[in-house]
Design a protein. Sequence first.
Length: 255
Amino acid sequence: MLRRWLAHPDTRGLDIDDPRLTQLRRRIISEKSFLRQIYQEWYRTIAASLPAGDGPVLEIGSGAGFLHEFIPGLVRSEVFDCLGMDVILNALTLPLSAGSLRAIVMTDVLHHLPEPRLFFSEAARCLRAGGVISMIEPWVSPWSRWVYSHLHSEPFHPESEDWGFPAAGPLSGANGALPWIIFERDRARFEREFPQWSIHTIQPQMPFRYLVSGGVSMRSLMPGAAFGIWRGLENILEPLMRYVAMFSFIVLRRA
């Protein structure tokens, strides 16, 4: 009942895999000041993590976002036809030559990939030495377990033994706990299976701001002017992030 009450009125009844919903979410992000400031902060963080030099940067799952405003020349991609994309592609079979990319960037995408091992292999092939995957993803903490289990529509299974999940629609297929499973719970397995990758950064963050913003599918609970107050509160809670974080900034570096 709470989830229904919080639902953004413009998204009710729409199929989550309908490309039109992605277009709608782009408008929602632009109109919700508090939410837009969250994305601006994420995008600045991702842009600052990129290796210096020339070479294209590929964004996977660009759909509703505006990361291209922070990374000049960004190659925007989606898995379905969507306004403003440079290329339509599947992240599990990248149509790119070996060593052709400087970086791959994405926001809330990895946990939608049903076979992440294929993605890590493809990304390693396409990135040059020293290149990075830089991403923002959901994270598992005692607090986020409750939030994602009760207030979020996507599947969230921290107990899953497998990294993959049955393929479904591009957005309905997911396990929001997948990044934590791979890079925290099963980190030793990841490092053993993918020695070409080093885990450069794992930075758990943002226990409250995305929640009170309403995200792209719920009503906003805060005006944009309150953003700095909530950021200050989260800065105070920094020592407790392992217990309260809902997201994490993650950077992998290509050996």
